[in-house]
Design a protein around this ligand. Sequence first.
Ligand SMILES: [Fe+2]
Length: 346
Amino acid sequence: MSMFTLEPLSGSFGARVTRNTQNVHAWVSALEAAQSDLLTPLVEAGGLLLLSDMQSISAEPELLVRISRLFGPHVEDYRQTLTGSHRIHVDVPEILLVTNKQPTNQQPPKQPDPPTAEDGSLPLQFPHRRGWHTDQSYRRPPPDVSLFYAHEPITAKQGQTLYANGIAAYAALSDDLKAQVDNLQGLHVMPWTRYSEEAVRNGEEPMPLLPHQQPQPQPVVRTHPVSGEKALYLCESGQMDWINGPLVGLEPGIHGSGAQLLYKIMSHYTHPDFVYAHHWSAGDLVIYDNRCTIHAATWFDATRYEREMWRTTVSGNPGALYDGESPSWIPKDADDAERMRGIENV
Ligand SMILES: [Fe+2]
């Protein structure tokens, strides 16, 4: 008997996974025993899965790590990547806390300006919507898949997460734009290091970066290592280097030809035709493939609400392009490791 069924999640992409049992613990154990593969449904759905009613994870967080292992060989241990301890689950170091609670105190993004689209709906498209990114794109090799679990979500029509389909967006590019991006590289950098478009616009002094913190080039078009399909792979304001980039070989800076092309690509990538907006319920688990999707958080009223989401990150299959590379973000000496503390590396 099949352990789950799949149905389309939205008109844009994604699949909803329905389990054959209410018992999450038993279901995960059965998947492990059968070596059952959730990666294939993820890839076939364009890189987005939703599992609902997974509240058992809150009582048994290790379940999230076990589910994560169904998607790839390596689940990140955040203690080993110098993430601040206030951002790591106290019992399970593979879980990154995304929360406005103390002591993490991560604030939601600002509201778009204006806060709604012309028809009153939630703004989706860049540059009206800001914050679109794919996780850890400033690392080489970059990760494969993230799992995002709603331990304590916002359910009041705020705090949604938006996901965009990079395979469909690439396929829909004009031939002219395809020719421009096919061999192009973006220059990605750790957020909060003041290389963002906003920081450059505000004249902020960029942080000096150590060897393992340097901006990393990544192809704007990636070939998915499982499906072989091409997908757009790019971020916008906060995770690109707007001083030396954002696009390698094009005029740099916020007024350069690289900036203009990035705006064109990211506006296309985040067109509502390619976007799914997830409104969270407690116990939801969304699994997204960072190799072929981007996502963005939305504002919530942090003066009224507390939110706590849990994330794991799976890596190990970035594609042949990265064969033989050692991790760019691991310090080579202890001094670098010590100085890196305090910089958010998520
Ligand atoms: Fe993210």
